[in-house]
Design a protein around this ligand. Structure first.
Ligand code: SAM
Length: 329
């Protein structure tokens, strides 16, 4: 492959000593859901000409792999809306050095795509599941098609995608009374529940009142959890064992217990910008140089610049320039 092989020995390390080994790639900023916590009403997706092509994404993934990035997660928007996503998975899965290829989805299109994605080389999937009640799903996301999401989760299981993680953003007054139900549902469906603290990345004016901290999530799980101390995973979640032995739940708590010291990731937005941190708008444009014929070594330099620009810590602001839907989580 490419000139990229020349860069193989190199690792990316930021000014705070953190090695960067993971890239979240947003393959589209369009979504078939309109979750209020992710997508502000005013959000307009990028135009077709601004959208990074699948060829451009694959090329950037090759350069990333040559720089020691071994994990790629495809996200969005809803990545399964992007036509050609199965072909992209096939291509990225073949890149030497990529040993962990995952995808985040809202699950609505997973029923028909889980098997082809697995055959193309996808290893695992995270599915958003904020509620088990159709009327609530409609209120949160504009769609009441819970059955399609559950079918998607079942199809992922049949296709052998493992682990299946079910991501729930915990929002006070919206779904915080379902934490136990979702944990039990996940465990009984061969999946793992992960509860995510609500972050102010969707321009919700009620965010402060609706945020539920990790300690409260743990308290609400109560007797479902075993007494042993939680363990830290390779990802930002803290894992708690379920008392009945059916598995674990994860809690991701960026607000109450930041995990920036462990951050190992960069993000690539759907319009081709490298983002050093979820909360930093200091993005580095890859699309313009790529379309101007940049060589792999030049793209690699832009990766180094992005890594050098990683802030020590996230700084959440209540009305971010880019909402979550435009970043990819
Ligand atoms: N559509 C895909 C999905 O549903 O997973 C991928 C994109 S979505 C932006 C990625 C993740 O970001 C989801 O797990 C979603 O719940 C999470 N997310 C979005 N807005 C969030 C917020 N305000 N706070 C915490 N997590 C959020």
């Amino acid at each position: 492959m490419l000139q990229a092989v020349d860069m193989c020995a190199e690792r990316l390390r930021d000014p705070f000593g953190r090695e960067v080994t993971s890239l979240r790639v947003s393959v589209t900023d369009r979504c078939n859901l309109v979750c209020f916590y992710c997508r502000p009403k005013s959000f307009v997706p990028c135009s077709r000409s601004e959208l990074f092509t699948l060829e451009e994404i694959a090329r950037v993934a090759e350069v990333a792999a040559a720089l020691g990035i071994g994990k790629i997660r495809l996200t969005g928007g809803e990545p399964l809306l992007r036509s050609g996503v199965v072909g992209l998975v096939e291509r990225v899965a073949r890149i030497p050095g990529i040993d962990d290829l995952a995808l985040s989805s809202n699950g609505a299109l997973l029923g028909g795509l889980a098997a082809p994605l697995a055959a193309a080389g996808l290893r695992r999937v995270n599915v958003s599941l904020d509620t088990l009640r159709p009327e609530r799903l409609r209120a949160i996301s504009g769609s009441g098609e819970l059955d399609r999401i559950l079918d998607g989760i079942a199809a992922a299981r049949r296709a052998g995608l493992r682990p299946i993680k079910l991501n729930t953003v915990v929002i006070r007054g919206v779904n915080d009374d379902e934490i136990g139900d979702i944990a039990r549902f996940a465990a009984s469906h061969g999946a793992q529940a992960r509860f995510i603290e609500y972050m102010p990345v969707g321009a919700d004016p009620l965010w402060r009142d609706r945020h539920v901290a990790r300690a409260e999530i743990v308290a609400r799980l109560g007797r479902l959890l075993a007494d042993d101390p939680p363990r830290c995973g390779a990802d930002p979640a803290t894992y708690y064992r379920l008392r009945d032995g059916s598995g674990e739940v994860g809690i991701i708590s960026p607000i109450s217990c930041g995990f920036c010291s462990l951050c190992n990731r960069l993000r690539l937005t759907a319009d081709g910008r490298l983002r050093p941190c979820l909360t930093s708008d200091g993005e580095i444009d890859l699309r313009t140089p790529l379309r101007a014929g940049a060589r792999d070594a030049e793209i690699a330099d832009l990766f180094r610049r992005a890594v050098a620009a990683k802030p020590e810590r996230s700084r959440y602001v209540e009305a971010p320039a880019r909402p979550m839907i435009a970043i990819g989580g």
